[in-house]
Design a protein around this ligand. Structure first.
Ligand code: HEM
Length: 205
């Protein structure tokens, strides 16, 4: 099974197919917006849906390495950067929807909101870190920084995960609705916990 899936993932058309699949939520949102299918508050629905997709892609990108090693699928590595950039794409769409629909692209209002509302501040920090990761995700950046420093920098993704959950938690705290937050927090805890295995092994020795 493993070798077959590996081969499939290496197929020349596979990357284009995964790209199209990643774009599908965006296309679906545009379609819903165009045909007025987003409910009573379409602007809020767009801000929320793009935030959800950014978080989902964060979970997906963090799943690549454990799945690659556990299922012995080395060719999965080819998809990590694309998934990470899609996470950035949805985070950017989320930020732009908030800036446009909630704030009318008024920079002073946005800055004031970031200072005033802690959950917006936390989301902005996560977004800034994601921006740094996206802009240094290319081979030229790996060469410029050196593999070790690049790897250290890209550990920021764990900080992004923590801040994204905190952002979501804080936003839902006002509504006393934690079921989804707990689900994402559990998924991310498993994915990050898995990465701490070498540390645990050293402590136990
Ligand atoms: C990596 C960055 C970010 C992630 C992963 C993220 C994720 C999320 C998630 C999952 C939600 C909840 C959606 C739902 O209720 O279903 C949300 C809501 C929201 N986020 Fe973010 N977010 C990020 C950055 C930001 C930034 C930079 C801002 C604004 C400066 C922002 C503003 C908002 C707002 C206004 C809401 C909706 C609040 C409401 O409807 O009451 N987020 N975000």
């Amino acid at each position: 099974m493993g070798p077959f899936v590996n081969k499939l993932l290496l197929h020349p058309a596979a990357k284009a197919l995964v790209f199209a699949l990643c774009l599908l939520p965006f296309v679906w949102l545009v379609y819903q917006a165009a045909f007025d299918l987003l409910g009573a508050n379409p602007q809020e629905a767009l801000v929320r849906a793009t935030g959800d997709w950014a978080l989902r892609f964060l979970c997906l990108v963090l799943t690549v390495t454990p799945l690659r090693l556990l299922a012995k699928l080395p060719s999965l590595a080819r998809y990590r950067r694309m998934l990470g950039l899609f996470m950035y794409f949805y985070a950017l769409t989320h930020f732009m929807s908030y800036s446009g629909f909630d704030m009318g692209f008024d920079v002073a209002d946005i800055v004031e909101d970031i200072i005033k509302r802690p959950f917006i501040l936390v989301g902005s920090l996560a977004f800034l870190m994601t921006t740094l990761l996206a802009f240094t995700s290319f081979n030229a950046a790996v060469r410029a920084l050196g593999a070790k420093r690049w790897q250290q920098l890209h550990r920021l993704v764990y900080g992004v995960a923590g801040l994204a959950v905190l952002h979501f938690f804080w936003m839902r705290a006002g509504k006393n609705d934690f079921a989804e937050v707990a689900l994402y927090a559990a998924i991310l805890a498993v994915l990050l916990g898995w990465r701490l295995r070498p540390l645990r092994a050293t402590i136990q020795r």
